[in-house]
Structure formats: C-alpha cells, structure tokens
Design a protein around this ligand. Structure first.
Ligand SMILES: [Zn+2]
Length: 236
C-alpha cells in the first residue's frame, strides 16, 4: 500500500465519497508527508490565506504525470515544496498539521480527477489503504534514488522477479528501472547497447569485475551470461 507516510499511520476517518472525499490519516512513526505519485506540484500553500481555518488549510496538490488526477495532502503544518516543482513518489512534501477545517493533527488525503470536487476518486482503491479505521504501514517507504541504489546492489533480485518484488512493495518497476539506467549511464531498454558493445566495455574495464560486474550488468538489463560468453569469445 502507498501511504503518504513512511512507517506506521492510522486511518482515523474513512472515505465516504462526497460525504468525506478522502481518508484522514495520522502519522505514528513520523509526521512527515511524502508524495505518493510522480507528478508536478500545482498548489503549495493556503487554500485561503485570508481564512486559515478554511478547507484544506495549508496544503499540497500534485498533478500526476500523464493523468488528469490530482492528489491532495491537506491540513499541513508546513510545506517543503514549491508550485511548479516536479516530484517523485517518496519525495518529502511537508509535515502533518491541523490547519484549515480541522480539529486535530491529521492529513486529509484525497484524489480528484481534473482537480474537481465533481470527480472524486476512490483513494482507497488507488492507494491500497483499507477503508477501515485502524493502524497500517506504508510499504513504499523509499524514494526512487534509494531504490535504484538498492537494485544496483542486487537487493531486489533481477528480471521478472525484481519487477514482481518492487510492484508488491508498492513501487513502480519502470520508474525504478529508468533511475537505475540513468545512474548506470545507460539509456532506456529500447536503446540498449548490443551485447558485443557491452562485452567490449567489460574488456575495457567499464563494468568492474566479478560479482560487482555481474550485478551492474543485470541491473542495467543485460544478460550477464551472454555478455560473458561474448567477452570470452573476443578474448580468445
Ligand atoms: Zn478529512
């Protein structure tokens, strides 16, 4: 499940459609609020600076990439992002608070299509957070950079197994792979180098040695055995 907290949090009020268009959440491990999507910050400030008890109070609204959906994080005590900024899932947005129409510290977390109250989305279905008062724990606790480093170290396995493990933990395998490729200096899989080219790079020492080489090649999406066979052939 993808909650806006890293660690444990409580659902203190359920999603009830137009009667309550999001979940009320309270951070238990930490009060920091993190983005649950990749997107752009459309709003970061007061809903009404003339009336700080109105609506969301101090809030952040993210427009999801390639979607009309907007993610709202309401009642914050402080904000860590600026309007127009690009954010990735796991990036810090601010801190839980009790600004706006709120009686105690919590985050009103909701999703609306086209930033319209008429297009309320089921935030529970989207996030995987149960629509039930209780204590839960976010699985997606790391940002893309941290994850990519872990993938390169081999912590998440390889190939389909890696994709499956990342998805189950609430991460987007494609976003993680893009970051892995960027860190390793390779482009997307569609512009992957030929096995021969990579084998020559291996011989030139660009991919390190032993298990490190194996891990880096597989992390970058190459078939280690195929590369190694070509290396052996070229060195004959
Ligand atoms: Zn609420």
């Amino acid at each position: 499940m993808k909650g806006p907290y890293k660690g444990k949090f409580k659902v203190t009020q359920e999603f009830k459609g137009s009667a309550h268009d999001g979940l009320d959440l309270v951070g238990l491990t930490d009060k920091k609020i993190y983005s649950t999507v990749n997107g752009t910050v459309e709003r970061a400030g007061w809903e009404n600076s003339q009336n700080k008890k109105q609506g969301f109070g101090l809030y952040v609204r993210i427009k999801q990439s390639d979607s009309v959906d907007r993610y709202y994080f309401g009642h914050l005590s402080e904000i860590a992002v600026k309007t127009g900024q690009t954010v990735k899932a796991g990036d810090l947005l601010g801190t839980e608070g009790s600004t706006g129409n709120s009686t105690g510290s919590h985050c009103h977390y909701c999703v609306r299509g086209n930033a319209s109250k008429a297009e309320i989305k089921d935030v529970c279905a989207i996030s995987g957070i149960p629509n039930k008062i209780g204590t839960y724990e976010s699985s997606a606790q790391k940002n893309v950079s941290e994850l990519a480093e872990e993938v390169i170290k081999g912590i998440w396995g390889n190939g389909e197994e890696r994709r499956k493990k990342l998805s189950e933990a609430g991460y987007d395998p494609d976003t993680v792979q893009q970051e892995v490729n960027r860190l390793l200096g390779t482009k997307s899989n569609s512009t992957k180098k030929s096995v021969e080219t990579v084998a020559k790079e291996v011989i030139a020492g660009k991919w390190g040695n032993g298990s490190e080489r194996k891990q880096r090649l597989t992390a970058a999406g190459y078939d280690y055995n195929a590369v190694q066979q070509t290396v052996n052939r070229l060195l004959k």
